[in-house]
Design a protein around this ligand. Structure first.
Ligand code: BES
Ligand code: ZN
Length: 590
């Protein structure tokens, strides 16, 4: 049977990439990677063979001592171009030499000023979903898995890390060469590299953290409980099969909260808040080691299999580590966010509200979290249908049976039905997975900590402002719920009042500020502008910066400033974030 992934133009029906040996030189002056790569396929190929690329400059192609010819197909702004190698004669290996583009979509080369230390540049990759092709020619689909080794040459003084086993390194002239090996097969989107002024600190036997010397102390404290997190994750999901679990703290322009790169989760420094209050982010990325990295969505239409399952697992582990109250609070906050996106921005029937996606609608408009929380809600209903004990036994069978495989939604449902037929009697699986919006039988869960916030919000709506003492012990997530529940516009005087009463400066939480600035902008608080500009130039986490940008593009007094702001900060951001901002402004007609 032929397999088709709409986001790949590679040939997926002859042979599959099985292993790659990379030699990578990081050229910080030119902001390019110079790469040689030896490929091994799982079957010999004759004639032509196509791979995905994005703005790669191919310089050489050889096989068994012969030169191969190649063609680059037409460039598409999202899919890149198809690289076709010609002249294969029953070959199952080939070698390529190529360079990445300075604007490779997976790579951000930061200025020293964008790092914590301010003295050294930083390079990091973010390949999910389809940006690995801007780093190396590949079958850029989550349905193909390969192992790899890599030698990475970096300027002396900088440390290279990869989402792989670290094998040490050695000096080479003015540079240093780091060696890596990834013995477990991964899909291309989990290829990851980082280079910067990094220090390592062990946290536990299997856990540690890489960060700039300026942040390592705070980061090591914030994430000190990772060993415990692993133990809980293993109880729920089965043995951890990737060896170590380390973290890499990125510069603040990192476009996500976290990225589950195997063995080495990439994490935003905005999660270091001094309270361990955002470590459920790490729980989430760790859970991906099973749901996502071990069992991978076969195509990006099945993304909910990665994120819905991971959010479900995150909530289960958070329940044990931080209690059900905190878990419910975070859950209800995010459910309100996705319901708002469904009702007020996308429409309850929008294709982005379905778990199984068949559209290619963009996710900049607030639909990003739907597969996470609609997916988790579905799995919670399934758990309720058969009870926790049987559901947990099923989870173990699932992670064991499908480890190191990629799965479509349909294959998952077949397995699910064979294992737990009762689920299908009690839960409208078809509606949950293929229907839009939320099923009519679903009810918003209760959260005690959320309800405490609603009491204060209701008092405010009746004219009584909360004083500082009333909210001083609130968790940051309660502050988020409060800001989420405020009217769209308030008076400027109230903006000032709430910043102080909610103690936002002390909390130093970029998430709270994202919501707060949005309210200030909608409310016409002109004095806030310089701070919005500073924030927008520094924080790259898209969940924070895109909605803020949307608010800037919407308000009368900031609309005219949106393009200027974008142009000033464009180069500070990861290409993916900058691209999303471009699209947002275009959509707003700016
Ligand atoms: N795998 C995602 C990040 C991602 C998704 C990158 C889609 C590219 C395309 C990661 O696990 C994630 O979900 N991160 C969240 C964390 C959160 C839900 C705790 C984020 O960055 O907001
Ligand atoms: Zn995730």
């Amino acid at each position: 049977m032929t397999f088709h992934d709409p986001t790949s133009r590679a040939d997926l029906n002859q042979g599959k990439i099985k292993h790659i040996d990379f030699r990578i030189r990081a050229n910080f002056e030119a902001r390019i990677l110079e790469v040689e790569a030896d490929y091994q396929l799982d079957a010999p190929i004759s004639g032509s063979f196509s791979l995905d690329t994005f703005k790669l400059d191919v310089q050489k192609a050889r096989v068994n001592g012969r030169a191969l010819t190649w063609e680059m197909g037409a460039h598409d702004e999202s899919l890149g171009s198809r690289l076709t190698l010609n002249g294969l004669q029953n070959d199952s290996t080939f070698s390529l030499a190529f360079r990445t583009a300075p604007d490779a979509t997976a790579l951000q080369w930061t200025d020293p000023a964008q790092t914590a230390g301010g003295r050294h540049p930083f390079l990091f990759s973010q390949c999910q979903s389809i940006h690995a092709r801007s780093v190396f020619p590949c079958q850029d689909t989550p349905s193909v898995r390969f192992t790899y080794t890599a030698e990475v040459e970096a300027p002396r003084g900088l440390t290279a890390v990869m989402a792989a086993e670290q094998l040490g390194g050695q000096g080479r002239g003015a540079a240093f060469v780091f060696k890596f090996k990834m013995p477990q097969p991964i899909p291309s989107y989990l290829f990851a590299i980082g280079i910067g002024n990094l220090e390592f600190r062990a946290l536990g036997a299997r856990t540690g953290i890489y960060a700039e010397p300026e942040t390592i102390e705070a980061a090591a404290w914030e994430f000190a409980e990772n060993e415990k997190r692993m133990i809980e994750a293993e109880k729920l999901l089965g043995p951890y099969l990737w060896g170590r679990y380390d973290l890499l703290v990125l510069p603040p322009s990192f476009p996500f909260g976290g990225m589950e790169n195997p063995r080495l989760t990439f994490v935003t420094p905005t999660a270091i808040v001094g309270t361990r209050g955002q470590t459920n982010l790490i729980t989430h990325e760790l859970a991906h080691a099973w749901t996502g990295n071990l069992i991978t969505n076969a195509t990006w239409s099945d993304f909910w299999l990665n994120e819905g399952w991971t959010t479900y697992a995150e909530m289960r582990i958070t329940e044990v580590l931080e209690g059900a109250d905190f878990r419910d609070l975070v859950y209800v906050y995010h459910l309100n966010e996705i319901l708002d996106a469904m009702k007020n921005r996308l429409g309850m029937d929008a294709p982005q509200t379905r778990l199984k996606r068949t559209d290619d609608g963009d996710d900049d408009s607030g639909s990003f979290s739907i597969p996470y929380y609609k997916g988790a809600s579905f799995l919670i209903e399934c758990e309720k249908a058969v009870g926790r004990e049987r559901f947990d036994a099923f989870i173990h069978r699932y992670t064991e049976k499908y480890q190191f495989q990629s799965l479509t939604t349909e294959a998952f449902l077949d397995f699910f039905k064979a294992e737990l037929p009762e689920v299908f009697e009690k839960v409208d699986v078809q509606d949950w997975v293929y229907g839009p919006g939320m099923p009519s039988s679903w009810k918003m869960p209760e959260s005690k900590l959320f309800n405490d916030v609603q009491v204060v919000l209701n008092e405010y709506k009746q004219g009584k402002r909360p004083d500082k003492a009333r909210v001083k012990d609130w968790l940051s997530d309660q502050v988020l719920c409060f800001l989420q529940g405020l009217p769209e516009t308030i008076s400027i005087e109230e903006c000032n009042y709430f910043e102080d009463a909610l103690d936002l400066a002390r909390r130093n939480d970029a998430h709270c500020y994202s919501l707060f600035y949005r309210i200030c902008i909608a409310s016409g608080d002109e004095a806030i502008w310089p701070r919005v500009e500073a924030y927008a130039g520094r924080i790259g986490r898209m969940l924070y910066i895109l909605p803020l940008f949307r608010a800037v593009a919407a308000a009368e007094w900031t609309r005219g400033r949106a393009r200027g702001l974008m142009e000033r900060i464009h180069d500070q951001h990861h290409p993916v974030t900058a691209g999303a901002m471009d699209r947002m402004l275009a959509a707003a007609g700016l």
